[in-house]
Ligand binder design. Sequence first.
Ligand code: DAT
Ligand code: MG
Length: 139
Amino acid sequence: MSGNRTFTMIKPDAVRAGHIGNILKMITDAGFMIRAMKYTRLSSDKAGQFYAVHAERPFYSELVEFMSSGPIVAAILEKDNAVVDFRTLIGATNPEDAAPGTIRALYASNVGENAVHGSDSDENAVIEGAFHFAGTEVF
Ligand code: DAT
Ligand code: MG
């Protein structure tokens, strides 16, 4: 069944600030099941590949440097309507625009260091999950 899984990362800013536990609690309280999870650090090569779609954007090098600056938590999450519901839970890219109570409103520092990633489509959720996890690591 498509439409029931998404991919997330708790980004280096939120990890450094000690928010892993609070963010995972918000995710599971919202009804998402964790199907895969790891604590890891992206090399700059891997971060560059993950965000290749943004390669022409002016913030790309800053984004790659930030995303490889420290450990992250990567996870595959399952829930009905996972991609859309998770984007609602995390809030807008810029925390100044994020709805009150969303993860980014609570924990993001600014538009570049915004605490969490969430896939933007079912297709990208599959691609991003496979980028980070082997089949044997997904349940
Ligand atoms: P999202 O993470 O909400 O899907 P996006 O895909 O447009 O947002 O951008 C990916 C990441 O790139 C985003 O989480 C943070 C960074 N970014 C986006 N816009 C930016 C900007 N104007 N300045 C700095 N970093 C930005
Ligand atoms: Mg995006």
